[in-house]
Design a binder for this molecule. Structure first.
Ligand code: PFF
Length: 454
């Protein structure tokens, strides 16, 4: 075995905040409200909660078991726990997934920086709805401007990763998660006090089950996996830095609760504000880049300084949330390269950053001037989104559940969950049952549905 010096999280709180930082991201503040809007509000949220707690948490626990019992990157973890077998390909698929997600996710993360910049320069003031559409399209298809923000975002991620596990990931997660939380609470306060906000609050709290069909279940399941960062070894890698006293079940529950709470709070920012100016909740992916700046302008007519602060805080919040997720994606690939190819951490991080800049630039261009950068009829950006979120993540999640539920020695699982018998885990049998039967079957259904087979 190689003798590479491994980092570790210095505290249990640091470990939980880092994992929560990975989970909380554009998926919560952008995708969750948009999916909630599309699938009818409160009923979707209830089903989503079921998916997070009944399926997502057991898989997160499985990832924690793999990571902490192996103390290795995601490829090394499978090689240690299942030597001489093909299970290592789950890890390698996870590394590839991390590269791909990091590349296209950083494009959107870069857009949030442009919007922070616009907000600082008071660029949204006085624009009408059409101007917001035109300016977003002009920006996102501009050949160079999104690239600058993309590179800046990846360099910020690189800087944190290069500082290491405790001084980089843990320090910044502890700093940024409370900032994020405070920003969200301030924005919720502003949003729910807007005139007419109560229709948005009702939309979030009053379930309308007449809209529930099988698509809603599948959409909620898919959102749960993306939002909790499951299925590609991200949480395994973080768990490999947990210390032996970390309570895995309790940590998973904390991460699940924080992630869900923030997603719901994001709903409380967006819907009351949208309803207050009469914008439909199912405006789709453009909700936060086109609709919201417009909402801020209209909602605070007569109070331009409030519109200024609200816009600035919102885009800062998005950028911070995205950053704590990009560092977790970067770490999956960095840990793999520096441990498996035995090179200094900083050099490994540089390789990951450079590769992601190249793929990210191609993704960004594929949305505008480089439309020809496409494969199978999809621009590179959409292709990477599709193969990661809709293929690799569900397959990875199901295989990890099968690995821990069926293959891994149950003594290892029990030792990890109880910290060598020190903790009582009443849910042990239920967790194993879900990992063996329910989770693989449920993911298979999402997977088949997303490919359009049923
Ligand atoms: N969970 C993140 C979000 O909700 O934005 C996205 C993500 C981060 C997915 C890290 C996967 C991952 F490994």
């Amino acid at each position: 075995m190689n003798k590479i010096e491994r980092g570790s999280f210095g505290s249990k709180l640091g470990a939980i905040l880092a994992a929560a930082g990975s989970a909380v991201g554009l998926g919560n503040v952008w995708r969750f409200p948009y999916e909630t809007g599309n699938y009818g509000g409160a009923a979707f949220i209830l089903i989503y909660l079921g998916c997070v707690f009944a399926l997502g948490l057991p898989i997160m626990i499985a990832e924690f078991v793999i990571g902490r019992s192996s103390h290795a990157n995601i490829d090394g973890a499978f090689q240690k726990l299942a030597p001489g077998t093909q299970w290592k390909w789950i890890g390698r698929m996870g590394v590839l997934t991390a590269f791909f997600i990091l590349s296209f996710y950083s494009v959107v993360a870069g857009w949030t920086l442009e919007y922070v910049y616009e907000a600082i320069c008071n660029g949204f003031a006085g624009r009408n709805p059409e101007e917001f559409v035109v300016s977003f399209e002009a920006f996102s298809t501009n050949p160079w401007r999104p690239l600058i923000w993309l590179v800046l975002f990846l360099l910020a991620t690189h800087f944190i990763i290069a500082r290491g596990v405790e001084k980089g990931i843990e320090y910044f997660s502890k700093l940024m998660m409370p900032v994020l939380f405070i920003l969200i609470l301030v924005l919720v306060g502003c949003s729910v006090s807007l005139p007419g906000a109560s229709a948005g609050i009702e939309f979030l709290l009053k379930p309308d089950f007449s809209k529930v069909d099988s698509n809603v279940f599948l959409a909620a399941l898919g959102q749960a996996f993306f939002s909790l960062s499951l299925g590609m070894g991200c949480l395994c890698t973080y768990a490999s830095y947990f210390n032996k006293d970390t309570n895995l079940v309790r940590s998973a529950v904390s991460v699940g609760l924080i992630d869900t709470f923030i997603a719901i709070l994001a709903g409380f920012i967006i819907f009351p504000a949208a309803f207050s100016v009469g914008i439909e909740p199912d405006a789709g992916p453009s909700l936060i880049f086109i609709t919201l700046p417009n909402v801020f302008q209209q909602a605070f007519v007569g109070f331009p300084w409030l519109a200024y602060i609200f816009s600035l805080l919102f885009y800062l919040l998005l950028a911070v949330a995205a950053l704590t997720s990009t560092i977790s994606l970067h770490e999956v690939a960095t840990a793999y390269i520096y441990e498996e190819f035995k090179m200094p951490r900083k050099r490994a991080a540089l390789i990951v950053t450079c590769m992601c800049i190249v793929i990210g630039v191609l993704c960004s261009l594929s949305l505008g001037v480089g439309k020809q950068i496409s494969l199978f009829g999809l621009p590179l950006f959409d292709l990477l989104d599709f193969i990661t979120a809709k293929l690799f993540m569900p397959i990875g999640g199901a295989l990890m559940a099968v690995f821990v539920g069926w293959y891994l020695d149950k003594r290892i699982v029990w030792e990890q969950l109880t910290n060598d018998g020190k903790l009582k885990v009443a849910s042990y049998k239920a967790i194993i049952f879900i990992l063996r039967y329910i989770a693989p079957a449920a993911i298979l259904v999402i997977f088949i549905n997303e490919l359009g087979i049923i």
